[in-house]
Ligand binder design. Structure first.
Ligand code: SF4
Length: 238
């Protein structure tokens, strides 16, 4: 069983439970993709710049010059925290991140006032095609902030699309955010109560899966573009 859940784990489980098992229960290492490594590098640059460890803004962040300089100056004023690791238990009480039921990671958080905060998530890659996924992340960040901070009345979640110079900003009132709690909880509970992890092959899921035939190949159920309907049928029913 999976003891803990995060948004990426939820997504993996809902796309194909077997892939979540291979990754988080069997712990089969996945090859690092160039895209993931670049993302990690850029996040580190951003953290170093905002925290004052770099004197100039790296070119990778240049499209967000004004935003990064503003965040840095707020950090110097003590109003920004970086690389937050927020953990919650199953009653949604804040707890230690490592032993938490739900883990939420964020890039930056700015306290605008006692009742209003801003959560910032840096994005590398494209925005279009990821709207649903990123919309759900906004909700989860908003929920996490409200449940950690009882006095918060409004949360602004900003997604900074560093490569495409696009900033999505969503401000949600506490009452609105909390309406999403029951549904989110139900989905997260499904992940941590699952005892079976059936493969759910699809051309799209298997194409991007680290264990699929186009990548690591550890999954015997994966399908490739070009597989016929008959071979899919055989894989499923023998
Ligand atoms: S290759 Fe396809 S079926 Fe196998 S784990 Fe990945 S997504 Fe699931």
């Amino acid at each position: 069983m999976l003891r803990s859940v995060s948004y990426s784990r939820l997504l993996a489980f809902e796309t194909c439970p077997y892939s979540a098992k291979l990754k988080h229960i069997d712990r089969i290492p996945e090859e690092k993709s160039e895209h993931a490594e670049r993302g990690t590098h850029i996040h580190q640059l951003a953290e170093d710049f905002v925290a004052g460890r770099l004197s100039t803004l790296p070119p990778e962040l240049a499209k967000f010059n004004a935003e990064y300089n503003a965040l840095r100056s707020q950090y110097m004023n003590g109003r920004v925290s970086l690389e937050g690791e927020w953990g919650f238990d199953q009653d949604w009480s804040p707890t230690d991140y490592r032993s938490a039921w739900l883990r939420v990671k964020l890039d930056a958080r700015l306290r605008l006032s006692l009742t209003h905060s801003v959560v910032v998530d840096y994005k590398t890659g494209k925005r279009f095609g990821n709207e649903v996924k990123h919309g759900e992340q906004i909700i989860l960040y908003g929920l996490a902030e409200c449940l950690r901070e009882p006095k918060i009345k409004n949360v602004t979640v900003e997604l900074w699309y560093l490569d495409v110079d696009d900033l999505v900003s969503t401000t949600l009132a506490r009452e609105t955010i909390l309406r999403y709690l029951p549904n989110m909880e139900k989905r997260l509970q499904t992940v941590t109560s699952a005892t079976e992890f059936p493969p759910q092959p699809s051309l799209f899921a298997c194409k991007w899966c680290p264990y699929g035939p186009a990548k690591g190949g550890q999954c015997e159920h994966g399908v490739l573009q070009g597989d016929t309907v008959i071979s899919l049928y055989r894989r499923k029913y023998g």
